[in-house]
Write a protein that binds this ligand. Structure first.
Ligand code: HEM
Length: 447
């Protein structure tokens, strides 16, 4: 039978609206929508989103095969092109820039962000985090009231950028970065009027990043700049203009900071809501180092990677192909898009009991030796996140440094229990987000 006939057997989620299709249900609450579709139609089905039929793949092995793509039948270029335009603000020379990213920047990044290179970097991050976190309260005895996102995002940005880009990096770019970062979903959906302030912030960021690059571009000095960034700049010189390099750098900072800070936000929210800081602090105290002997903290980090990951992997078939799902080839036609629905897997009760709950012990090694599948938070195959080790080092060091320096409690009305901030269900990008302010009281541990 022809691929067209076979392909037509994939169930299509019904919709009453021509062209828009399932767009509004999807946009209202993508997680719930995809979970209920998975229950009704199985691990592979099609949805119609604003004129485009998309295959949703919600099957662990199927997603691994899509990521692996051993026959090279899929591309993420159209998605990256969209990111370059809508988030990076790059409209010209896109094919060349994408080629530079794929062939010159990502492969060395993969190598240089290896677990071995994390040891010196972790030390550096730790010191920079300690300094930045010391700044937040000037260590007064009275508890300081802060929004949790403010407690995390600025110190993390400054410490991370200092570690990677060195002391000449314009740290005062944080506010623009934060604005730009908070409007990702609107930018990626191409809603420029809603996100005009973010577009302007993005332009200012590009100007600041270009100014930072000027001396490095002419090789005046790379002192204090991490090897990874110095090597990336060397790769780009001669291949792209300084302005283009500044835009690519900006996108790299998005990849580097955005998901990591949101993951820390949710991790701390759960810790505060469930009053877990005492247990984690005890473990840290006994271990005396963050790197080893902190299984509870590692389990908590893996659990937040399960709980807060949203779907980011989208591929387009470059030729007719198929993916095996439960022993059956699922035919995919050239030009069709496939979304890897890892989020529904992360919330599948058959894989993770009580999936809505954040269970800090979930990934602790059990006596029975039965291991639970690790979350698929970092993608896989050729596009496996090169920053996955660094992200986990940053999360661990942020949490341990904060807990060692400060007591922290959720600010709540007397007689009530801390509530988890409400997830903004419409936010699609990378990690769950919220619009709710979550206030915390922070004071130094010794007082
Ligand atoms: C918890 C934090 C993070 C999460 C959840 C995350 C998740 C992901 C995922 C799922 C992908 C694959 C997207 C796809 O399949 O198309 C990816 C790609 C990428 N990530 Fe991360 N990431 C994180 C942190 C980082 C950090 C710290 C860096 C930089 C040091 C980074 C840099 C990148 C880059 C450059 C890519 C593109 C790779 C490619 O397309 O070949 N990420 N990330």
């Amino acid at each position: 039978r022809s691929i067209r006939q076979q392909n037509s057997r994939i169930p299509i989620v019904p919709s009453t609206l021509p062209w828009f299709g399932n767009f509004f249900e999807f946009r209202r609450d993508p997680v719930h929508f995809m979970q209920s579709c998975r229950q009704k139609y199985g691990p592979v089905y099609k949805i119609l989103l604003a004129g485009q039929k998309i295959i949703v793949l919600s099957h662990q092995k199927g997603i691994t095969l899509l990521n692996k793509d051993s026959a090279r039948c899929f591309t993420s270029t159209p998605i990256h092109r969209r990111v370059l335009t809508t988030i990076g603000g790059v409209n010209a020379n896109q094919e060349h820039l994408l080629d530079v990213m794929d062939t010159k920047l990502y492969p060395p990044l993969m190598k240089s962000l290896s677990p071995a290179s994390m040891v010196p970097m972790a030390d550096n991050i730790h010191q920079n985090l300690q300094r930045e976190l010391r700044e937040i309260g000037h260590i007064t005895k009275a508890p300081l009231l802060l929004r949790l996102d403010e407690l995390i995002s600025r110190p993390l940005y400054r410490a991370g950028c200092l570690t990677l880009f060195g002391p000449t990096f314009p740290l005062d770019t944080f506010d623009d970065f934060h604005l730009f970062d908070s409007k990702f979903s609107q930018l990626i959906l191409g809603l420029p009027f809603v996100a005009q302030d973010a577009t302007l912030a993005c332009q200012r960021l590009a100007t600041s990043f270009a100014a930072y690059l000027v001396p490095l571009w002419s090789e005046e000095s790379t002192e204090g700049v991490s090897e990874i960034i110095a090597a990336s700049i060397q790769e780009m010189r001669g291949l792209v203009t300084l302005q283009e390099a500044a835009r690519l750098l900006m996108l790299f900072v998005v990849g580097f900071h955005s998901n990591t800070s949101s993951m820390i936000f949710w991790l701390l929210s759960h810790i505060l809501q469930q009053d877990l800081s005492g247990r984690l602090r005890q473990e840290l105290h006994a271990a005396q180092t963050t790197e080893v002997n902190t299984p509870l903290m590692s389990s908590a980090i893996t659990e937040v990677l399960r709980w807060a990951t949203t779907n980011t992997t989208v591929r387009v078939a470059t030729k007719h192909t198929s993916i095996m799902v439960d022993g059956e080839p699922i035919p995919i036609r050239k030009g069709e898009s496939v979304i890897a629905d890892v989020q529904s897997l992360h919330y599948d009760p058959a894989i993770y009991s009580n999936p809505d709950e954040f269970m800090v012990d979930r990934f602790l090694e059990s006596d029975s030796g039965v291991s639970i599948p690790k979350p698929l938070a970092f993608g896989g195959g050729a596009h496996l996140c090169p920053g996955r080790h660094l992200a986990q080092v940053e999360i661990k060091h942020f949490l341990s440094t904060l807990l060692q320096m400060y007591e922290i409690k959720a600010v709540i009305k007397e007689g009530t229990k801390p509530k988890l901030p409400m997830v903004d269900k419409r936010d699609l990008v990378g990690t769950l987000r919220t619009n709710e302010a979550f206030y915390v009281a922070v004071w130094p541990v010794d007082t």
